[in-house]
Design a protein around this ligand. Structure first.
Ligand code: IPD
Ligand code: CA
Ligand code: CA
Length: 260
């Protein structure tokens, strides 16, 4: 596991260097299928660098990456990579973005790192060994009730179609008068639950690279991750409800159930 951690750290550090080098400078920006879903030259450079570093040490491992990855090997090891989570923020020079890398072995996420270089914050978890922010152990908040909580959410790129009731859910929560934030980086949303800044995070439609590392970081910090009705969470299913695991988790399920 030490070798995996070393490679994960090197990949995250090198991607972060690229992100900082290009931040607020000129770079190519393209659009994916959805008009507001951007991809920059920097996303692609970071992912290529991460894959190179992983394959230097583990040439037989697969990489599931947002910008294409490399999934051609017969291996039980899958590195799950979001080269920039928060690309729209990055493209607008808003310093809320990160690189997210997780390692899945035989279908189980065993290690995850989320590095928010602009803020000097590196989150890390290994299964069974706790979660850390810059090498300091973190844990979820001990707020018990929804009425005392600050929440965070994100929207899919087709939000204007109210896909998966994403707007309805937001309205249902906002009507409770709660403070709700939308930062634009799901991996950081998850890590901020893990270190107690937020009590809960929900989002209707995430991809494995958005949440794989953050998922483990929340669990190892003592939090809870389920789907919207309290069922088993999978990084390969879309909805995520992640909280500090207190009774507010069930309270959030009741709100989410209003618009399923
Ligand atoms: C997006 C961010 C955003 C979330 C979107 C994701 P990207 O990832 O995590 O917070 O709301 O669902 O797609 O495109 O910046 O890697
Ligand atoms: Ca993402
Ligand atoms: Ca991305």
């Amino acid at each position: 596991m030490e070798e995996y951690k070393k490679v994960m750290n090197e990949a995250a550090e090198e991607a972060a260097k690229i992100q900082l080098e290009y931040f607020e400078k000129d770079f190519e920006i393209g659009r994916k299928m959805n008009y507001s879903d951007l991809v920059t030259e920097v996303d692609k450079r970071c992912e290529a660098k991460i894959i190179e570093i992983i394959h230097n040490s583990f040439p037989d491992h697969n990489v599931l990456g947002e910008e294409g990855g490399d999934l051609h090997k017969k291996s039980e090891h899958v590195w799950i990579v979001d080269p920039i989570d928060g690309t729209v923020n990055y493209a607008h020079s808003l310093p809320i973005f990160c690189v997210s890398i997780a390692l899945e072995i035989k279908g189980e996420v065993v290690m995850g790192m989320v590095y928010s270089a602009k803020n000097g914050e590196k989150f890390f978890a290994e299964k069974g060994k706790g979660s850390y922010l810059n090498d300091k152990r973190i844990k979820v908040s001990d707020v018990e009730l929804l009425k005392d909580s600050m929440l965070v959410t994100g929207f899919p790129y087709d939000a204007k179609e109210n896909s998966n009731h994403c707007i309805d859910h937001f309205v249902n929560f906002i009507k409770l008068g709660l403070p709700i934030r939308r930062l634009g980086s799901a991996a950081l949303d998850a890590c901020y639950v893990a270190c107690g800044r937020f009590e809960g995070f929900w989002e209707v439609n995430l991809n494995p690279w958005d949440i794989a590392a953050g998922y483990l970081i929340i669990l190892e910090a003592g939090g809870k991750v389920t789907d919207f009705i309290g069922g088993k969470f999978s990084i390969y299913k879309k909805p995520v409800l992640a909280t500090n695991g207190r009774s507010l988790h069930d309270e959030m399920i009741e709100v989410l159930k209003k618009s399923l």
